[in-house]
Design a protein around this ligand. Structure first.
Ligand code: SF4
Length: 715
């Protein structure tokens, strides 16, 4: 009898637990796939238990990776900032929002009066929602009137974006829907490690393989993605441009050119042909360190395929000639006519959650919403009209993200607002950036945590997380996705857009920032983008609650545009452009002092500067610290055992990380992920050489040396 009562109590308690369970729809804040999920919260007496349950959408098809499963851990973390903090005598103290906003406005006015309007700059991020990215651009130009705004997406998508605009006349990460991948007979993945960076996309490639696709991976390491490949080309870091030229050379020599496509849909083939004819394959093989036969095999597999897709990412793009590398692959695509139909196209896989939308609506130094140009008179007129100002009041273009840091170092920019970014960890040559930031007269950072950048700030503003902030993002496919708010904001946290509106009101610019919801901002964004290349006019919240819509979508009845360039490219004459770009030797080569190539990248468990994922216990436990992947033979040459602390030195400084043997990496190359700060912060030593076309830093290659750390005090 006693047992029966006990059992009854147990089952009643379980019933109560179940009754107190709630579930809210949301979307992973991390990579560009934007997987959807339900965050289930179980309340058990005092305790809360959370569980992420994947939900269906046409991009991730009900999948969720390790990061998405644990994303809520940072959003619910006890270190979340709940109140504005001002630094007084070197320590942060709690202040009211009224005090914080008054201080910001006083500082903006006084800095702009003393040092000029452009002395106050704005630095945004590729994880902000479309609404916030749009509003940040408007805030800089209308409320501050500064030309200096740029964002961390400069370090992410600038090479591919500039190349796509120049070659195709339009920059959308993928020219085709992801569902085209299984239709391709050959797939080239150049400098993209999808298995770790966008894991839920891998089934598209498994399916392609099941259909008989030949997969080629170009990467100095045999990554988890390369494990899928039929052919792996382990090129020397920084030689992707040469490899793509070599592929083009074989296609030309062996008659794989689609002459009809070239004649009817492109410009510049003759010049490209002349340039390529002069290229020597043995020189390409020497530069890339990939045997000519392997390059020929890759080219033939691509040329023979009826349909094929080329995808690039940061491995190829984050180089001093990243723009050229992308253009050379585009030449390959155009020469063979493999674009604009199911199973044939080109793409650059976006990294950040809103890496696509974040670059379309005006937080880039030279752009206005809808991919309009800030230097184009007609574009200026259109946007000025939407914003209710005169075109003459719109500032001109500013400088790129890293150049802004250089201007801070030079004392030309003396005030800075950082929103949704952590440049002290994510910039190249980051030790310089940290020093430069300390010269600012005023630094205000809006963040969820006391990030490394926020620690240097005079004022820190607490902002909402993905769980609390409603808005839209545009994913890897160019699909606009709606993310509802799943929870109430903690403490005195505000949304980024609310902060911008509040500052603008205090600056006396409130009439330009009357917004009371993200949807109102989106409706203005729709108008501002109307008729532009990234046209969102036909996308509404009402529609997004039902579907994810591909842009361009110019009106409410338009179905959206899954596949681009089926009939014409986006240049006024409808034709794509070949590019002839000479080899550009990297400034930084290896030598007897710095004999190894250092390359950097992501790991599965972490995201960007790690501000969020390092605070997630499950993700941090998976990889708690930075490591250097080093070939065992290289390691032994320098007396480095597995798991030893290693000092990595470049011409800019040193970092210390633990060694991890990897016999699938080139012997002349070491790899370090960039998600950590402190001693293991590899961006303290990466190269700040910038691509002349797009100002992308050369994160992916610099010269380095290694040695074991025996006694930290003596090193
Ligand atoms: Fe999906 Fe990317 Fe989030 Fe993983 S990190 S769950 S792939 S959105």
């Amino acid at each position: 009898m006693a047992m029966t009562n006990e059992l009854l109590r147990y089952f009643r308690a379980k019933e109560k637990e179940r009754a107190s369970e709630t579930a809210a729809a949301t979307q992973c804040p991390f990579c560009s796939v934007q997987c959807t999920l339900q965050l289930v919260e179980e309340r058990i007496v005092e305790r809360r238990r959370y569980k992420a349950v994947p939900t269906d959408n046409p991009t991730s098809n009900g999948r969720l990776c390790l990061k998405g499963m644990n994303a809520h851990q940072h959003a619910l973390h006890p270190e979340r900032l709940l109140f504005p903090l001002a630094k007084v005598d070197g320590r942060f103290v709690r202040v009211s929002w009224e005090e914080a906003l008054s201080l910001i406005v006083e500082r903006i006015i006084s800095i702009q009066k003393e040092d000029g309007v452009d002395a106050f700059a704005v630095y945004g991020g590729g994880s902000l929602t479309n609404e916030e990215a749009y509003l940040l651009g408007k805030f800089a130009r209308v409320a501050l009137k500064t030309r200096h705004i740029d964002y961390n997406g400069r370090f992410c998508m600038s090479a591919a974006a500039a190349a796509m605009n120049d070659a195709f006349g339009l920059d959308r990460g993928l020219t085709n829907p992801l569902s085209d991948i299984p239709l391709a007979q050959t797939i080239i993945l150049a400098g993209t490690n999808i298995a770790e960076c966008q894991p839920t996309l891998m089934p598209y490639f498994y399916e392609a393989k099941k259909n008989g696709a030949f997969i080629i991976v170009v990467d100095p390491r045999e990554t988890k993605t390369a494990a899928l490949a039929d052919l792996h080309l382990p090129l020397k870091p920084g030689t992707d441009a040469a490899l793509a030229v070599g592929i083009g050379k074989v296609l030309l020599d062996e008659g794989f050119i689609d002459e009809t496509f070239v004649r009817e849909r492109t410009v510049g083939f003759t010049e490209w042909k002349q340039h390529i004819e002069a290229v020597k394959m043995d020189e390409i093989a020497r530069v890339t360190d990939v045997p000519a036969e392997k390059i020929r095999l890759a080219a033939r597999k691509y040329g023979e395929a009826a349909d094929a897709i080329v995808l690039t990412a940061r491995g190829l793009e984050q180089q001093a000639d990243g723009y050229a590398a992308v253009r050379h692959w585009m030449n390959v695509v155009l020469a063979t006519g493999k674009i604009g139909r199911p199973g044939s196209g080109f793409g650059s896989i976006t990294g950040q959650g809103n890496g696509q939308g974040g670059r379309e609506h005006g937080q880039k130094a030279d752009q206005l919403p809808g991919y309009r140009s800030i230097e184009h008179p007609e574009h200026r007129r259109y946007i000025a009209n939407i914003w209710g100002i005169s075109p003459d009041e719109l500032p001109r273009k500013g400088v790129s993200a890293y150049e802004m840091m250089q201007k801070i170092g030079a004392g030309e920019i003396t005030g800075l607002l950082v929103m949704g970014s952590n440049p002290v960890v994510s910039s190249p040559n980051a030790a310089f950036v940290a020093k430069a930031m300390q010269k600012l007269k005023f630094l205000v950072v809006a963040d969820m945590f006391l990030s490394e950048t926020a620690e240097l700030a005079d004022l820190v503003l607490p902002v909402s997380s993905y769980l609390e902030d409603e808005g839209t993002v545009t994913n890897v496919e160019g699909r606009v996705c709606f993310r509802p708010a799943a929870r109430k904001r903690p403490g005195e946290v505000k949304h980024d857009w609310e902060i911008l509106c509040a500052i603008a009101h205090k600056l006396g610019k409130g009439r330009f920032f009357p917004f009371t919801s993200a949807e109102e901002i989106f409706n203005e964004l729709r108008l501002a983008s109307r008729g532009g290349k990234a046209d969102y006019y036909g996308v509404t919240y009402e529609r997004l609650r039902r579907e994810r819509v591909y842009w361009p979508c110019p009106d409410a009845h338009h179905p959206g545009t899954p596949r681009l360039f089926t009939e014409r490219f986006a240049h006024p004459d409808g034709k794509a452009r070949f590019a002839v770009l000479p080899f550009r030797p990297e400034k930084e080569e290896t030598d007897e002092w710095y004999p190894l190539y250092l390359t950097t990248g992501r790991v599965l468990a972490h995201y960007l500067s790690g501000t969020q994922t390092r605070r997630s216990p499950a993700l941090s436990a998976r990889q708690p610290e930075a490591v250097v992947e080093i070939h065992p033979r290289t390691a032994k040459r320098y007396g480095i055992g597995p798991g030893m602390l290693v000092r990595i030195e470049t011409r800019r400084g040193a970092a210390v990380v633990r060694s991890r043997y990897n016999d699938q990496i080139r012997e002349d190359t070491i790899f370090v992920p960039f998600h950590w700060s402190g001693l293991g912060q590899i961006n303290n030593v990466t190269s700040d050489e910038l691509d002349p076309h797009c100002r992308m830093p050369a994160f992916k290659r610099c010269a380095a040396r290694v040695r074991p750390v025996v006694d930290l005090g003596r090193n």
